[in-house]
Design a binder for this molecule. Sequence first.
Ligand SMILES: Cc1ncc(COP(=O)(O)O)c(C=O)c1O
Length: 366
Amino acid sequence: MALSKVPYIRWAKYEGLMGTHRLTASATPAADWKDIGLDPQTLALTEYTPYGPDEVYQQLNSDWGIDPAGIVLGASASHAHFCFGASIVPMGGKIIYETPGYLPLLDALSLLGVERIPIARRFEEEYRLDTDALQEQVIKEQADLVMLTHLHNPSGVAFGDEEIRGLVEVAEKTGCHILIDEMYRGFLDPDPGPLCRFHPKIVSVWGINKVHGISQVRFGWGCATAELADQARRIFDSTTLHTSCLTDQVARAAMNHLDHLQQRGRKFASEGWEIFSNWARDFDLQLVKPAGGLVCFPKVPQEIAKSGFEFREVCMQRDLNLTPGEFFGAADHVRIGFGLPAQDLHKALEVLTTILTDPTLRRSHP
Ligand SMILES: Cc1ncc(COP(=O)(O)O)c(C=O)c1O
């Protein structure tokens, strides 16, 4: 059995939460019951839905014209992603995945004994996806699935129109499914909507765990054709049976407040980026500007550390935490989250300033 070799989620649950100053988060700080207009005293313990609340299907249909028969609500976006991925890829099949990238999704599918084939998104090319190269690779490898993120985790970069046209062409010309994690797409203002609308071989996965500020509630979905969703629902049946009734009730309430929640999340993102980018002007950090979201992915300052892990160690000595790029497959980078309340972000950046300007921390041979 191919268990995960990339322990990011385990790290995020423990080490990622260490330190007084934390630049590790990628989700909006938690919303309150008031933000979703729900009185917790009204929660019922006995409610049941076979495949999640109708209100979510209706909302996705009215927002994006998606056929409810093509939607699968999961016990998290990761779960919905797995249900679709496992419906598409045969045992021992081939998956092309982006690197750097968010690897836990790939790890889950590695239980199918898949062959993993990387395609690079390069810092020097501002993490743009070369869709011609992708098409060649899909054909050469006879891949079963391409997995991408939009916005890109870890860099926050969005696909432009040309890349989207290129992806549609890949799907059309090769017939290969493209599974796109769009968890951070909602940070774009306005939200341009899911990419699954552009081709039946494109599957979009997203949910309420990032921009909406209800990340502990565990709820997400995937959207594709009715036929594929039916397969994915069979995997859903055998991996979680049905969604939690408490989650259903929160998700149902959240559907009536999506605009408010999204605006709230985007405010953290824009204010955080303004503070961070103003601060970063005084330093020689090499980074690509994110299109939205709460994270960016600068290079590790080589005069201080050789790798993401090493840089984090230096930072942790001053109680500042950030996410080593190793977890995303790029050891010379570090992921910095700037989506925390302004006061906390200012304090964390003060600590980072002391690290970047301390002559005793300079390596003698960078
Ligand atoms: C790209 C991406 N997809 C999915 C997830 C997890 O989503 P969920 O908590 O709904 O499983 C994360 C969490 O960090 C993520 O970064």
